[in-house]
Design a protein around this ligand. Structure first.
Ligand code: AHG
Ligand code: MN
Ligand code: MN
Length: 381
């Protein structure tokens, strides 16, 4: 005889308690996370969620090629020079194409800016125009690519300030504080996507077998104190006094004014350095210096310093150009370079104080702008 209850007593089945969030193989996916975020905004149209889905797709496409290494037949240089005056690697160009191709038909963007493209790239008129602007570095740390060291992609999302006007460079020249989303993908031993929508920083690890990013690092926080710094010391003879003082004091270790020993790292991949600092603290310096090519710094404000600065601030750290928070700088050019210092709060504050004590060269003085009396050659690149 069947023990089935009579139909009249049947009730809707509650979801089983036996499958809690985070059970093995059932962790929160990026898709679930995005749906949860979208629900916090009842009027949301889903356009922002669609944009993040395309970011995920672009990064998965790049991860796939980067992960194949030499097997993909894409190693080496193209023999071409980008708008920065830097030699392009084949993978720089391919990664750029992957971003462009992914977003061209997505309907979420009005325009894009990339390290590898001279000017603003408009979404073609025959495609739907979205409400966002995307600035990206398709492959960061690309000098590491042929030696199998971590590289990444960096992205910054802004709102198109005037949806009725044609997008021009000016639309992108917004202080980093106005970013609505920033993040990076790191292509290392594992591929991770680290994102912020302005409500904390969350890290997702790509599970290659199911092809989905899994929330593995919710609420990432930069440790407030650190004894680890990162700088390219081969440029030390060109540094400003504030930077020399800071590094000298770290190197003096327990017998110097800091009274403790420091450790040093340099990966030459901004994404990898930012990732390490998000995970275990540290401070990164790529200051402006006296080389003609770095009078204004080396890293690019729109698609390197701003998105990384946004993540670091969202994770409780600090990011500056030496003089003021990087996110407060109003950009004046698409490919503008900047000095950049970020990481654990107490060390960044110390470096800012040293800049106040020792700075001899103005940061944004008209005399040092491109058309200033003292023409600054580096501001051209
Ligand atoms: P990209 O590969 O996108 O041009 O960026 C390289 C950047 C950055 O990732 C890194 O912090 C820095 O260049 C390294 O510069 P040096 O080679 O001067 O150390
Ligand atoms: Mn870069
Ligand atoms: Mn790059």
């Amino acid at each position: 005889m069947s023990a089935r209850p009579a139909a009249a007593t049947a009730r809707p089945t509650a979801l089983p308690d036996a499958v809690p969030d985070g059970a093995p193989g059932l962790d929160t996916t990026l898709t679930e996370f995005l749906i949860g975020e979208q629900r916090k905004f009842p009027g949301a149209t889903g356009e922002f969620t669609a944009l993040v889905n395309d970011l995920r797709l672009a990064c998965k496409r790049i991860a796939n090629v980067v992960g194949k290494g030499s097997l993909a037949g894409r190693s080496g240089k193209t023999g071409t020079i980008n708008v920065q005056g830097e030699e392009q690697a084949n993978l720089d160009v391919l990664a750029n194409d992957m971003f462009v191709r992914t977003f061209l038909r997505g309907g979420t963007l009005a325009a894009m800016v990339s390290e590898e493209i001279d000017d603003v790239m408009l979404i073609p008129a025959d495609q739907p125009r979205g409400r966002y602007l995307l600035a990206f570095d398709p492959l960061d740390g690309s000098s590491n690519i042929d030696v199998n060291v971590s590289v990444g992609s960096i992205f910054s999302v802004l709102v198109d300030p005037d949806r009725d006007a044609a997008v021009d460079a000016k639309a992108f020249l917004q202080p980093g504080r106005q970013q609505v989303c920033a993040g990076y993908a790191i292509y290392g031993p594992t591929t991770m996507l680290v994102l912020s929508f302005g409500r904390g920083v969350h890290g997702f690890t790509l599970d290659r077998e199911i092809g989905e990013f899994i929330l593995t690092h919710p609420g990432m926080q930069v440790a407030p104190e650190t004894s680890e710094f990162a700088i390219n010391a081969s440029n030390s003879r060109f540094w400003e006094p504030a930077v020399t003082r800071y590094v000298d004091e770290c190197l003096a270790g327990s017998s110097g004014p800091r009274g403790r020993d420091f450790n040093m790292r340099w990966v030459a991949s901004l994404v990898a350095e930012a990732h390490r600092i998000l995970l275990r603290g540290g401070v990164f310096l790529y200051p402006r210096d006296d080389r003609a090519s770095a009078r204004r710094g080396k890293l690019r404000l729109l698609y390197e310093a701003n998105p990384i600065g946004f993540l670091i601030e969202q994770a409780g750290g600090r990011a500056t150009n030496g003089e003021r928070p990087i996110l407060e700088v109003t950009p004046s050019a698409l490919h503008q370079r900047t000095g950049f210092v970020f990481g654990s709060r107490s060390e960044v504050e110390r470096i800012e104080a040293y800049h106040r004590d020792h700075n001899t060269r103005p940061y944004d003085a008209p005399l040092f702008r491109a058309r200033g009396l003292f023409r600054d050659v580096a501001s051209q690149g």
